[in-house]
Ligand binder design. Structure first.
Ligand code: SF4
Length: 293
């Protein structure tokens, strides 16, 4: 198989087979990320894609799902994606689901009609690493789009019938804008129809601009208790029914599962319990030991 650099695969989707159709990340400038620092974006050569498809077919000829890589494989325009997806289907004719994690602004260069065609070709579910719905925060972390872009592109996905996940990056606004980050993100998410909302906590990895800023005193990271309080505020304001997943270092009961709205009170109670009685030192140690996003 031809993989380049870091492989990020969504652990909630089937982890085999995976196929790389692009390399690196078109943006590569988020201040908390170094995943593709040394991997310039480029299309994966078609001969590599075809060789990988042959290998996958030799192992699992009746594959029903496949996950596209790398960071944002849906960045190319429809005209470029179409032959790749057709080639994938030619080798794996039983495919029912093609999954992809990608950026919000990768949807911008596609019309609703093109998105519908992508769905017919198998792209039925995508994950968007939104991180925040707060204008200040998105600019601060150099995410490369604005809250209204999230709404505009998610509404196009709604219209095309492509299901999507949205992520909230707990802690990424630092202390100064923690409340705005939590409340405004929930407000933006509430205006969309995500299948799933996922939350992860910020870890300052070596080599990231955000860590350098923290070392210079220009970024004020939250401690574990403040992270939980911010997550609680986000949950309190989130009013969209969806599957809810948290990758916070806390392993509290009731945090992850379907039917968010009917479980919201239980999630808030679980978070309150962690805020007042959780082992914050252990959570900090787990975060320190994290190697990647
Ligand atoms: S977080 Fe995602 S979009 Fe941002 S630089 Fe990293 S891979 Fe690219």
């Amino acid at each position: 198989m031809h993989f380049t650099g870091t492989i990020y695969r969504n652990p909630y989707w089937p982890t085999f087979p995976l196929i790389q159709i692009t390399q690196g990340c078109t943006h590569n400038r988020c201040k908390f990320c170094t995943m593709y620092k040394d991997v310039p974006f480029r299309m994966q050569p078609m001969e590599y894609i075809e060789a990988d498809l042959k290998e996958i077919r030799s192992i699992e000829p009746r594959a029903k799902t496949i996950q596209l890589l790398s960071a944002n494989p849906l960045a190319p325009i429809y005209r470029v994606l179409e032959p790749i997806l057709k080639k994938i289907r030619e080798y794996l004719p039983d495919l029912e689901y093609i999954y992809a994690a990608t950026r919000v602004d990768d949807i911008r260069n596609k019309s609703v009609e093109e998105l519908k065609k992508l769905k017919e070709l198998g792209i039925k579910e995508i994950s968007l690493g939104v991180e925040s719905g707060d204008e200040w925060t998105l600019q601060r972390i150099n995410k490369g789009y604005r809250p209204e872009d999230i709404l505009e592109q998610c509404h196009k996905l709604d219209e095309a019938g492509i299901r999507y996940w949205l992520t909230f990056l707990n802690g990424v606004a630092g202390k100064s804008h923690s409340q705005e980050h939590a409340v405004h993100s929930a407000e933006i998410f509430n205006q969309t129809h995500p299948l799933l909302v996922g939350t992860g906590g910020l870890t300052l990895f070596p080599g990231t601009p955000l860590l350098l800023e923290a070392e210079k005193g220009e970024f004020d990271p939250l401690d574990e208790k403040e992270m939980l309080e911010e997550l609680r505020l986000f949950v309190e304001h989130l009013n969209v029914d969806c599957y809810f997943v948290t990758h916070h270092t806390v392993s509290g009961k009731n945090l992850t599962g379907p039917n968010f709205l009917s479980r919201k009170e239980a999630i808030l109670e679980a978070l309150d319990h962690e805020i007042h009685h959780g082992d914050l030192k252990r959570m900090a140690a787990i975060r320190r030991n994290k190697q990647t996003l």
